[in-house]
Design a binder for this molecule. Structure first.
Ligand SMILES: Cc1ncc(COP(=O)(O)O)c(C=O)c1O
Length: 400
């Protein structure tokens, strides 16, 4: 039995594919924005399972829904109707952007993107996609093809043909790349993996107009930015933009694996039986957790909490940036924040861990904050105090 942290680490290191940059941390329990390791030490979780733990770890309503459903029916293929799936679909489209009344359910963010790409090609009968510099959409072959970072793409070439990247913020370049062969433009309204980058003023509107003008589908990937994270239910609401296809994932089922691809009727109707499927998509257990999560989000107005707690965290980070010369910039919206440093952040992350705070990196020199939206003010305070101490030590160590 892998009961101690060391046993867990040695089993995983021996057996699990070595594709993760591992932290020296073995978690066994969570509650809200707190998690506990195998030795009982507690941490404030600003990683939140890479932004999955939106409604909080072990959210009691999600736990109840899963427990109840596990006793009823765990699996039910998409070719058979199911009460939990029907209920979740209705709840999801109620909070979806206007007219996004059709949904394909899958089990991960990358799968939501795969579905969006196939749908765009089938609906438009065109085969090229334009993606953005800095964009991240997952690591399966199709999603990887529209993911910008060459480090992720190059070892796996050739990927899906017909993909071009426009530099983030350059509308003119995008105009040049979108042609009569373009099926869709895919983008994250706020880029996550590459370090929380907001679009320049007018940029997303410009893309929306361009897509409508040229009859090209606009795919928004809100897998990281969606479900209340940025202070609105969907990040694109900050700019009043509605895409043609919307990709969701991460926390919309309270932590169980999910992906969802939403589209307007006239777009989704291009899919006919057999065009796309997956064994697990729309699984009753996951849908029960999804319904509980949507209800919790709506009742607790989680997007407002993300805004108020996010403001406190961001303000604190801005104060730290004034005090510590190794900080270059603080940016983001709601509880999707980043602090860019002048140096590598790995030591800072390790030091924060020893002091009971889990931070997330974005590239070499950026700290990313994606905590559960239920994070309490005292927990935000603890994060800021810890970061202050760790930055002070780092500056002393580097002689800055
Ligand atoms: C914006 C975005 N798209 C797609 C993905 C891929 O999701 P998954 O890891 O669930 O496949 C992620 C994951 O971090 C993401 O942030």
């Amino acid at each position: 039995m892998s009961d101690t942290g060391d046993n867990m680490a040695s089993a995983e290191d021996r057996i699990l594919a070595g594709v993760f940059h591992k932290l020296p941390l073995s978690l066994v329990r969570g509650k809200g924005a707190m998690v506990w390791d195998a030795e009982g030490k507690e941490y404030v979780d600003c990683m939140g399972g890479y932004g999955v733990a939106i409604v909080g770890h072990a959210n009691p309503e999600v736990v109840n829904a899963i427990t109840r459903q596990a006793n009823e029916l765990i699996t039910c293929h998409g070719s058979i109707y199911n009460n939990m799936r029907a209920d979740f679909l209705q709840k999801l489209v109620e909070i979806a952007p206007k007219n996004m009344g059709r949904v394909f359910l899958s089990s991960s963010g990358a799968e939501a993107v795969e579905c969006a790409l196939k749908l765009a090609k089938k609906q438009t009968r065109r085969n090229e996609i334009v993606a953005l510099g800095g964009g991240y959409h997952g690591k399966t072959m199709g999603a990887l093809s529209v993911t910008w970072n060459p480090k992720y793409r190059e070892p796996f070439a050739p990927l899906m043909p017909g993909v071009q990247f426009a530099p983030l913020g350059d509308l003119e370049k995008l105009r040049e790349l979108v042609s009569e062969k373009t099926a869709a433009v895919i983008l994250e309204p706020i880029q996550g993996e590459t370090g929380i980058h907001l679009p320049p003023d007018g940029y997303l509107d410009g893309i929306r107009e361009l897509c409508s003008e040229r009859d090209v589908l606009l795919i928004h990937d809100e897998i990281q930015s969606g479900f209340g994270r940025t202070g609105r239910i969907w990040a694109a609401q900050h700019w009043n933009i509605v895409p043609d296809i919307l990709c969701l994932g991460k926390g919309i089922a309270g932590g169980l694996p999910i992906g969802a691809t939403l589209a307007k009727e006239e777009v989704m109707s291009a899919f006919k039986p057999g065009d796309h499927s997956g064994t697990f998509g729309g699984n009753p257990l996951v849908c029960a957790a999804g319904s509980a999560s949507v209800e919790f989000l709506r009742r607790e107005k989680l997007e407002e909490r993300a805004k108020t707690r996010g403001n406190i965290l961001k303000q604190g980070l801005v104060e730290l940036a004034k005090k510590h010369r190794i900080v270059r910039e603080v940016r983001g919206l709601g509880l999707m924040l980043a602090m860019e440093l002048r140096f590598e952040v790995r030591d800072i992350i390790l030091e924060a861990l020893t002091k009971g705070v889990i931070l997330l990196y974005s590239g070499r020199n950026i700290l990313r904050f994606l905590p559960p939206l239920v994070i309490e003010e005292e927990q935000v305070k603890k994060v800021l105090e810890t970061l202050d101490e760790v930055l002070t030590e780092e500056e002393r160590r580097r002689g800055v």
